[in-house]
Design a protein around this ligand. Structure first.
Ligand SMILES: [Cu+2]
Length: 153
């Protein structure tokens, strides 16, 4: 009698641990990344061209302003944040030194607006290939995005 009661206790404890583990797993899966990069891509680079503009959707999931400090990619000598502006009807590109993204906000990098300017590309990736672009923020946060090379056709 005594031993069967003991066994019952053991079963209950293991069941409890099982459910606790399940709950903790559920929580960690729901935890959101501080930053989300979507649709990161460049258009296929024509022969002889060593620069390319990269586009993406960047979302700041934190409750703090994120300031982008440094961008780099193994395929480019240099990567700058640019913004297209119109000055007296003339289209110009300006470098943005410290791009900030407000808490909870989404920033679209798109033609005619913000873009990442990849310069000094020696070996242009082919359409369908992917390559890394790393983003580093003032608070020490860093993220690597996979950029897709989209076909011009
Ligand atoms: Cu540019």
């Amino acid at each position: 009698m005594k031993s069967s009661l003991f066994r019952l206790c053991l079963i209950k404890r293991s069941t409890l641990l099982y459910w606790l583990g399940f709950l903790m797993l559920g929580c960690s899966q729901q935890e959101q990344a501080p930053l989300t990069i979507e649709q990161l891509h460049i258009m296929q680079i024509p022969p002889g061209q060593s620069t390319a503009a990269a586009y993406m959707t960047l979302k700041n999931n934190t409750d703090k302003t994120l300031v982008l400090n440094y961008v780099h990619s193994p395929i480019a000598a240099d990567v700058e944040v640019h913004r297209v502006i119109y000055d007296q009807g003339m289209m110009q590109m300006r470098q943005v030194q410290h791009l900030s993204i407000d808490p909870g906000k989404t920033l679209n990098f798109e033609p005619g607006g913000y873009h990442l300017m990849l310069m000094g590309i020696e070996q242009a990736p082919a359409a369908g290939e992917t390559f890394d672009i790393s983003l580093e923020f003032e608070n020490g946060y860093a993220i690597v995005g996979k950029a897709e090379v989209r076909s011009l056709h």
